[in-house]
Ligand binder design. Structure first.
Ligand code: FMN
Length: 189
């Protein structure tokens, strides 16, 4: 029997009606039976300060624990000024510290994103993929999910009603499940 895969969903936005959190909620309902998605909020994560690494702030310690426990990570990123929002980068930085104790190492990760602009976070996702290199994560390459003009696809109640995006999201989650299982079958060095 296949075991249940736990996925930690992280939305790079604190906005109450965030399109990216809406994408994660949609992912929660569209995930294959063998996958469970929990959403991790970033509200309690302080601004990074190297003076506060020892001990780590409790909210960071908790987030690191949730990353370590998860089989895979799903990041829904907005795009701010052609890049990753500070709130997301800040959480990524905290959870990579202290040096040598990153929680991200070796984790399978998928990235999705929604923006009000036409390019649907293409530039932010590209930057995030560059960050995955130094974090030594294992990103899923395809399918890419770039939800442009998000207000036309996600309604005022936060429901993703665009059928094409829902289908793509379903495909991405299936592929992430397979990717995660394949990686966990590879003996670790
Ligand atoms: C500071 C700032 C910069 C932004 N820069 C971009 C951008 O470069 N490209 C883009 O498509 N949208 C940009 N936007 C619009 C965001 O796509 C939009 O606010 C989106 O709703 C944010 O995601 P959220 O709904 O998950 O909070 C920007 C918004 C803010 C607040």
């Amino acid at each position: 029997m296949q075991r249940t895969l736990s996925v930690l969903g992280i939305a790079g936005s604190l906005r109450r009606d965030s399109y990216n959190r809406a994408l994660l909620r949609a992912a929660h309902t569209l995930a294959p039976d063998r996958m469970q998605i929990e959403i991790c909020e970033l509200d309690a994560i302080p601004l990074y300060n190297q003076d506060q690494e020892s001990p780590l702030p409790a909210a960071v310690e908790e987030m690191k624990k949730r990353i370590r426990t998860a089989d895979a990570i799903l990041i829904a990123t907005p795009e701010y000024n052609y890049s990753v929002p500070g709130v997301l980068k800040n959480a990524i930085d905290w959870c990579s510290r202290p040096f040598g104790e990153s929680a991200w190492t070796g984790k399978p990760v998928a990235v999705i994103g929604a923006s009000s602009g036409a390019f649907g976070t293409a530039r932010a996702q590209a930057h995030l993929r560059q960050i995955f290199v130094t974090l030594d994560m294992h990103p899923l390459n395809r399918p890419e999910i770039l939800v442009g003009n998000a207000g036309a696809r996600i309604d005022a109640t936060g429901q993703l009603h665009d059928e094409k995006t829902r289908e793509l999201l379903k495909q991405l989650l299936q592929t992430l499940a397979t990717w995660t299982e394949q990686l966990s079958a590879v003996p670790q060095a």
